[in-house]
Design a binder for this molecule. Structure first.
Ligand SMILES: [Zn+2]
Length: 137
């Protein structure tokens, strides 16, 4: 359906800055206007932006947010575990409890931001019919 979407896009070549869209997504804001929240509740994607009306239904984040969250949390926590063990030598139970809590907290904080970022990426690159919404090309 990409060909149909491209035909209805009023400005198929209009630039959608990727960096700006990613930053807006990281803030869980609409990639088009940067104002409206893209998520309802913790992770549920809204159908439209409440501020500008951009259709958000073409977004297909799937497992992307979880993948990116694991990637970031792993790369942050693995060196921290090494550093914490070498520096403090905590007993195993203390270390396991503190690092588990840190991993969970960091993951919960990052997951919706990664989802917003993926929606921003897909919008900026006109993936999955994101080029088709009238008035926001
Ligand atoms: Zn918007």
């Amino acid at each position: 359906m990409t060909a149909i979407a491209d035909q209805t896009d009023p400005a198929p070549d209009a630039e959608r800055p990727l960096g700006l869209s990613l930053r807006r997504g990281l803030a869980c804001r609409c990639p088009a206007c940067g104002q409206g929240p893209v998520l309802r509740g913790y992770l549920k994607l809204r159908d439209t932006c409440p501020a500008c009306g951009t259709d958000l239904t073409p977004a297909r984040a799937d497992d992307g947010p979880a993948y990116l969250t694991i990637l970031v949390v792993g790369h942050l926590m693995a060196p921290f575990i090494h550093w914490a063990f070498v520096t403090w030598r905590p007993d195993p139970l203390t270390m396991a409890l503190l690092l588990s809590a840190g991993c969970v907290a960091l993951s919960l904080a990052l997951l919706p931001r990664m989802k917003g970022m993926i929606v921003g990426f897909q919008w900026a690159r006109r993936m999955h019919g994101f080029g088709a919404e009238p008035g926001h090309g």
